[in-house]
Every structure is written in structure tokens, then in C-alpha cells.
Design a protein around this ligand. Sequence first.
Ligand SMILES: [Zn+2]
Length: 88
Amino acid sequence: MKARELPAENRLVAGLLCTQVLAQLSAYLDGELSEAEVEQIRSHVQGCTTCEEFGGRFATAVQKLREVEEEVAPDTDDRLFAALGLSR
Ligand SMILES: [Zn+2]
């Protein structure tokens, strides 16, 4: 890929490019990265308004999905058990 094909928003902050941060965002949110990697991504996001905005929205969306999942799962289990006539 030629350098000129990179998006204009792709900045190099804290030793990471925006594309590298975005590529690791899902692993970051899942807590799969090492402390050093997490620190580097945080440093980038704090110094990069593009990632701050995008990452903030992405994290909020993922958080909402997880909250819904956590609320629904136990209730679904209860209904399943009830439907089968079993007590827990
Ligand atoms: Zn960035």
C-alpha cells in the first residue's frame, strides 16, 4: 500500500498509527492485550482526537451490547428452566 492511500486521519501518536489502534480496539476492549500495549493505546487515544472520538463511540456501543447480554442471559435461563418444569 502506498503512503498516499492511507486515510488523512491516520496519525502517528505514541508510536502507534490510528489504523493499528483500530485494529487492536476489539482485543483492547476484551482485555486481551498486555499492560504495555494497553498503555500505548491509551497514550495514542489521549493524544489523537480522531481515535478518541471513534474509540469512545465504539466502546460505548460495545458496553451497551454487553449490558443487554448480561441482563438477558440469566432471565433467559430462568424462563428455560421454568418452561422445562425444573427448579434451579
Ligand atoms: Zn489515532
